[in-house]
Design a protein around this ligand. Structure first.
Ligand SMILES: [Zn+2]
Length: 352
């Protein structure tokens, strides 16, 4: 007799559609793979997230998280999850949310291109950029030459995109090619300036260690990608009957569809890294913590997440959960030790 593996119906915790298991489902990592794997302790959700949702998350949320956030670029480099060869691929993608720069005495906040070197530190090169000044206050804004906005937008920002108020900076190689690129960018932005090679501020950076600054925005897509890890953890620790409750619909719809809620769903507490990367002990950054519990005053179900032991988030999972005494749970994800430690006894003790 031939045995056929039978599909059973299950509900996806994100779209809440009834689908066939195992046919329509994919394995989902609780902590995005980008943020480490934890050996045999790696937490995954099986039969809880459908293929459609899983693919949506990969293409829309995780992609930005990995290539275009301080977590994906900076923190992953510090703890050594991303290797120099992979970094090369990641950093060449177009970015909008993170911009590395250094301070320069003549040119201010100079934009730079970075590469991870074998010392797990960053090599810095001047990016090709156009600096546009405003006429009165001496303000200047730096744009990558391939990201120069249209003249009308620049004027709206109070800048003067005309001769005398525009500077060009490039690293001192293949000037001819760069001149063409600059002129193309100017033409596209409808700025009536022609650049010639000798107008470049061309220079090489001195070979020394300098502070590197990362400007970044944590926009909604990044927030949703982070909130998903906390929601996944809720599903993993508390089970599908809890996580499918309508009390969790607000956060579910925010993560899956970007729907807004009437009150805030996430808060963040970011500590900039001010240490010298060469002296950083990566084990200080190589862990995440997630805890979930009920706020004793509001009765909200709240998740707290500390990423790379450094950036803290609070996610409001539910404001309408009907019961009190929601049990508290927590885990520590140790990247170097490749293990997950249950810290529930520790935090329960601490709370009491
Ligand atoms: Zn789904």
């Amino acid at each position: 007799m031939k045995r056929i593996k039978k599909n059973t119906s299950r509900i996806c915790i994100y779209c809440k559609e009834i689908k066939l298991f195992p046919l329509d489902f994919n394995r989902e990592h609780v902590i995005s793979e980008l943020f480490g794997l934890f050996g045999t302790h790696t937490m995954t959700l099986v039969g809880l997230v459908c293929k459609v949702c899983n693919k949506y998350f990969a293409d829309n949320l995780e992609l930005h998280l990995g290539r275009d956030s301080t977590f994906g670029i900076l923190y992953r480099s510090i703890v050594g999850i991303v290797q120099p060869t992979e970094f090369k691929r990641v950093i060449h993608r177009k970015r909008q949310r993170i911009e590395p720069s250094i301070q320069h005495s003549d040119h201010g906040d100079l934009l730079v291109d970075i590469q991870l070197n074998s010392d797990k530190n960053f090599d810095v090169m001047i990016a090709n950029q156009i600096i546009i000044m405003n006429s009165t206050k001496g303000n200047r804004i730096h744009f990558r030459s391939d990201q120069l906005p249209h003249r009308s937008i620049l004027e709206g920002m109070g800048l003067k995109p005309v001769e005398g108020y525009v500077n060009f900076v490039s690293r001192a190689d293949d000037m001819q090619v760069q001149t063409e690129k600059f002129n193309l960018a100017l033409k596209k932005a409808e700025i009536k300036i022609q650049v010639h090679e000798k107008q470049f501020g061309k220079f090489r950076l001195p070979n020394k260690v300098e502070p590197l600054y990362f400007k970044s925005v944590i926009d909604e897509n990044i927030q949703r990608a982070l909130a998903k890890m906390v929601f996944n953890y809720l599903a993993h620790r508390y089970g599908s009957s809890i996580v499918l409750s309508d009390s969790f619909n607000e956060i579910r719809n925010f993560i899956r569809y970007g729907l807004k809620a009437s009150l805030y769903l996430m808060t963040m507490d970011n500590n900039p890294i001010v240490a010298n990367l060469r002296k950083i002990q990566k084990d200080r950054y190589a862990s995440h913590i997630i805890t979930i519990g009920q706020d004793r005053y509001s009765n909200n179900i709240v998740g707290q997440m500390s990423l790379f032991n450094h950036v803290r988030f609070e996610v409001v999972l539910s404001r309408t959960y009907p019961l009190v005494s929601f049990p508290m749970q927590g885990s520590l994800f140790d990247m170097l030790g490749k293990r997950v430690i249950d810290i529930t006894p520790l935090i329960s003790q601490y709370i009491k």
